[in-house]
Design a protein around this ligand. Structure first.
Ligand code: NAP
Length: 265
């Protein structure tokens, strides 16, 4: 299927690793021009070079370095992208998560989670949506999580931010009526990334158990309703995200890529 993304400029935030990097790769496969974002120029360069040689896409992978928790840095990034031709597809993927007891999460941490997980998406959408509406083409996807609708007691702050992203997406989609512009959410389930691997490694050290045993028992113990009974792959999330931006009829939606954990119709 030709998804007609060949002439599109795509910004994938938080794309130096994990899901974001896989989404960047998936858009490159479709022939789009992709901006790699993270906080560090060297890390962005390394990712851009790796993807360019992997997909023989020299000239189609660019970098867009900025700490998206910083509003001035985000403004500077938007100015840079606008001067370079603008963004047609914005994937707000940047997100942080940590297992932490609710009573130990301070106000400062709550504000930091709101800043990184929600305001990064708000700032970029606010800056880029008006031009998308004006030129009558644009796609925005907010990478939420299955915990947006199945909030987790061990990550209350994270869950709250992911629920807020669903509301942000739907509210912004209300501004696109009659336009070839869409705003949607993707809800990945537990997805195998470097961050998740590190989490299991540190849990293994803490509990004095082999990491593989914890991984093998994870779905039976913690996600018994999963129909997949394994971690989602970053490629599965990436392919779903690209598909969601392929046509205008999919708008204001929340696409669950969580292996059937959520028992809902
Ligand atoms: N992994 C899962 O199981 C899972 C499940 C559901 C939803 N999700 C969501 O999917 C998204 C990606 O998760 P992931 O596991 O792939 O994450 P990850 O591997 O930890 O990658 C996070 C990315 O965000 C970047 N980043 C962090 N803070 C940033 C900031 N202030 N400004 C710019 N970039 C920043 C990092 O880049 P630098 O470090 O290079 O700056 C990195 O590229 C997140 O929104 C997460 O909530 C993940």
């Amino acid at each position: 299927m030709d998804l007609k993304l060949n002439d599109k400029n795509v910004l994938v935030t938080g794309s130096t690793s994990g899901i974001g990097k896989a989404i960047a790769a998936a858009y490159l496969k479709e022939g789009a021009t992709v901006y790699i974002n993270g906080r560090d120029q060297a890390r962005c360069d390394a990712t851009a070079n790796e993807l360019a040689s992997q997909f023989n896409a020299q000239g189609k992978v660019k970098t867009a370095v900025a700490d998206l928790a910083d509003s001035a840095a985000t403004d500077a990034l938007v100015a840079q992208l606008t001067a370079a031709g603008g963004i047609d597809i914005l994937i707000n993927n940047t997100g942080i998560f940590e297992v932490k007891a609710f009573e130990q999460i301070s106000d400062d941490e709550w504000m930091h989670y709101f800043n990184v997980n929600i305001l990064s998406a708000v700032r970029l959408s606010r800056a880029l949506l008006p031009t998308m509406l004006e030129k009558d083409y644009g796609r925005i996807v907010n990478i939420s999580s299955e915990c947006a609708i199945k909030p987790l007691g061990q990550m209350v702050h994270y869950s709250v931010t992911k629920t807020a992203l669903l509301s942000l997406s739907r509210a912004l989609s209300e501004l696109t009526k009659g336009k070839n512009v869409t705003v949607n959410s993707v809800l990945p389930g537990p997805t195998w990334t470097e961050g998740v691997e590190n989490y299991f490694d540190s849990l293994a050290t803490k509990e004095g158990k082999p990491a593989q045993d914890l991984i093998d028992s994870y779905f039976a113990e913690h996600e018994p309703t999963s129909l997949l009974q394994r971690f989602v792959t970053v490629e599965e999330v990436a392919e779903s995200t690209v598909y969601l931006t392929s046509n205008r009829a999919m708008n204001g939606q929340s696409l669950r890529v969580e292996g059937g954990i959520i028992r809902a119709l």
